[in-house]
Design a protein around this ligand. Structure first.
Ligand SMILES: [Cu+2]
Length: 139
């Protein structure tokens, strides 16, 4: 499993980046991707390293473009899943509502068991594509 959470946190915490290099990407990498833009979903809260208590949990997720700017997307699909040994995965119900800030969504779920939960956030938008997985250790 990829552990990308730390870099997401750094991203979310850096105030108003103005990375001019990002505006001029290598042509080879973007040549075939002109119609759909790739976005990134950042975890705004809770802190990735904090212990998540079992029970109801609220997450704030933010969709940003390749320059790190928040983008307003139509919909964010969020699922919570716990892999179980010798059993079907345990699924958690997730309720997603748009937050006040553009590009941000509130996702409320219920972690009904201690252990590792995988949360997958997918952007549903005609213009942007993103699919991000976050791992939570629920105590
Ligand atoms: Cu379980």
């Amino acid at each position: 499993m990829k552990k990308l959470i730390l870099s997401f946190l750094a991203f979310a915490c850096s105030p108003a980046q103005s990375d001019t290099q990002a505006a001029a990407p290598a042509p080879t990498e973007t040549a075939q991707n002109k119609q759909e833009s790739t976005a990134t979903v950042n975890l705004v809260s809770p802190e990735p390293q904090s212990e998540i208590p079992m029970g109801e949990a609220e997450m704030v997720l933010e969709v940003v473009d390749s320059n790190g700017e928040p983008v307003k997307v139509e919909n964010l699909d969020v699922s919570a899943m716990m892999p179980m040994d010798g059993m079907e995965d345990m699924m958690g119900k997730v309720e997603v509502t748009p937050a006040d800030e553009p590009g941000r969504f509130k996702a409320t779920t219920y972690f009904g068991m201690q252990g590792t939960w995988n949360v997958v956030a997918s952007v549903k938008d005609p213009q942007y594509q993103a699919n991000q997985e976050f791992t939570f250790e629920v105590k």
